[in-house]
Design a protein around this ligand. Sequence first.
Ligand code: GDP
Ligand code: IMO
Ligand code: MG
Length: 428
Amino acid sequence: MPALVLLGAQWGDEGKGKATDLLGGSVDYVVRYQGGNNAGHTVVVGDQKYALHLLPSGILSPGCTPVIGNGVVVDPAVLLSELSGLNERGVDTSKLLLSGNAHLITPYNITVDKVTERFLGKRKIGTTGRGIGPTYADKINRVGIRVQDLYDESILTQKVEAALDVKNQLLTKLYNRRAIEAGQVVEELLGYAEQIKGYVADTTLVLNKALDDDKVVLFEGGQGTLLDIDHGTYPFVTSSNPTAGGACTGAGVGPTKINRVIGILKAYTTRVGAGPFPTELFDEDGEALRRIGGERGVTTGRDRRCGWFDAVIARYATRVNGLTDFFLTKLDVLTGWEQIPVCVAYEIDGKRVEELPYSQTDFHHAKPVYETLPGWSEDITQAKSFSDLPKNAQAYVKALEEMSGAPISAIGVGPGRDETIEINSFLS
Ligand code: GDP
Ligand code: IMO
Ligand code: MG
């Protein structure tokens, strides 16, 4: 089983960090393939809690080589501070590989992210303000700065000047901000060059060789399916492809190499930032999910919006990612509810709809059609096998599996590495 993709099946924060970390001990490489430090992946190892933003969660597993692929956008200051934070806690980060083709988040990309959001006012996306969208925009506009540019001062200067040409016009004439000086940006970027140099590699070559040698490679998505630029709730999305295809373009491996695609699925639903969310709760149940689930953003500290499980979204994630398995997380958070509503379909303008509508207007009008499942009150955090779960919890999992279109192969019953029920091995 050499190559697996692990990705979010909802709007992010499904528990990807924990799931990756759990597999990290058994895989040779863990690769981030898109996004940047907009991600916030929490990993709990014993009494230690780590919040990773840019580095793949596999960095916490000693045998594993962490890789930042070409599809990731990299803020070099964040990269260095995340590495030194881990080093201070005794984590060896020396094996990290960073694609020379990954694009750099520059200070002006962060400025543009912030001013654009301010300018959008009520229509803002609620971005993380980390410069993600503007950096991908520069990449697509072919005025991006790549990691490899740090090692040719003349090219770097030309590229930064080209990127700033138009931006400074916008900043000064439209947004009423001061122009950004190319020379200062170049100087700052060159200041990172030597510190990063030892990690830079042709990661596509390394990963394809590893796959040829039957090494196990795990591709770890940031964000989630519904935040995908193509398949998510556009425009309330991030600017990359967390969906399975993104692993191929964002790491430079062919689709024929990938044998398993695991969707991380929370037992209820959360979302950070703006955009439609049919099962969102505005009552005490939503508040309770937020409190019990600790639903506060790892990156921006914003409260997450909370709602019941949405099977329409889970089915959609199965479809657009070709999911082979689900990893259901946070089942323990639902302990204590007498009845648990699950959204099985939408009602859109009086019609029952089973599949996620492609039309933004329809999705904004979607009202959840709920089925109510009986809850359980027993503590499940110590459960080690499916049969340890109370009957109603088992029935809840089985119902979700049936509605979602792929087998649930693992269940999270707590944040720790060992608080997991394994049903089917991901590595066999
Ligand atoms: P990610 O962005 O997908 O990696 O997810 P986050 O780390 O942003 O949010 C998931 C949160 O849920 C983190 O605080 C995890 O420690 C926690 N978590 C993950 N799995 C479980 C689980 O099965 N039960 C509980 N109670 N917490 C979990
Ligand atoms: P992980 O990897 C949840 C959301 C932002 C905003 C939108 C666009 O922890 O699941 P961006 O800064 O990417 O341009 O913001 O996407 N967003 C996330 N929401 N989890 C994440 O990452 C997210 N990364 C971005 O809140 O709505
Ligand atoms: Mg997160």
